[in-house]
Design a protein around this ligand. Structure first.
Ligand code: ATP
Length: 228
């Protein structure tokens, strides 16, 4: 269980509070107006964004005191963060061992097979299509097998068909991980997440059933969805 207890993040005149609990293995969408703090929330959980107050716990143990690399999570951004000068296999290996000395190549091949990239391990990212790059970036997260997966608009640059394919692949391959996915598309939230965290008006709200939230949006969400 991931618990955010009295979390407060302040950047200049921006302020975000979060008090919520998310179950291990849950699929959670994070939705809300532009600039509301969705990326900030993920950044705080990942440890890239300092919090001014509160605690973050995973199964009761504090993780907000750990550096980002020691937290039990992987994070995937929209720009995929693949290194252009490294092969697909090396990019994946970096997720396991930054020195690339102790990489289990069988595990790399197995995860590439799971995401449909068998045989492409020697290519550089530029030799992959956009969809294949997304698969490689997802594979790197899956290979790390951390229990929390944070995704910040991971597939926003893909067309609708590829995006649907990636969401399905994510749902299929994330296994027991708790997945938090920032999205601007309510359709993504409905398709992927049975629960949604609304970030609006300075607060990350406790997760609510996605269908209920989107069918009966509070004013801040209704305005953002164009239903205000
Ligand atoms: N380095 C920074 N210093 C000061 N304020 C910042 C900094 N980075 C972001 N902010 C502010 O923090 C607020 C939250 O930004 P954040 O990127 O988390 O929003 P978001 O909900 O993810 O937005 P979007 O949907 O547009 O990506 C915004 O008002 C933004 O201007």
């Amino acid at each position: 269980m991931l618990s955010l207890e009295g979390l407060q993040i302040v950047q200049d005149d921006f302020r975000l509070e979060a008090d919520l609990t998310l179950a291990a293995g849950a699929r959670i969408a994070v939705i809300g107006p532009s600039g509301a703090g969705k990326s900030t929330l993920l950044g705080a959980i990942a440890g890239f964004q300092p919090a001014q107050a509160g605690r973050i716990l995973w199964h009761g143990d504090r993780i907000d005191t750990l550096p980002p690399g020691r937290r039990p999570l992987s994070m995937l951004f929209q720009d995929q963060n693949l290194f252009p000068h490294l092969t697909v296999a090396q990019n994946l290996g970096l997720g396991l061992d930054p020195s690339l000395r102790r990489v289990d190549h069988r595990a790399v091949d197995a995860v590439l097979e799971r995401v449909g990239l068998s045989g492409l391990s020697a290519r550089k990212p530029a030799q992959l299509s956009g969809g294949q790059q997304s698969r490689a970036a997802l594979a790197r997260c899956l290979l790390r097998a951390r229990p929390i997966l944070l995704l910040d608009e991971p597939f926003a640059a893909l067309g609708p068909a590829l995006k649907a394919e990636m969401l399905a692949l994510l749902a299929e391959t994330a296994g027991p991980a708790l997945v938090l996915m920032v999205t601007h598309d309510p359709g993504d939230a409905r398709a992927f997440a049975d629960q949604t965290v609304l970030v609006a008006e300075g607060r990350a709200e406790p997760a609510r059933p996605t269908a209920t939230l989107l069918d009966h949006p509070p004013p801040a969400l209704a305005a953002y969805l164009g239903q205000g």
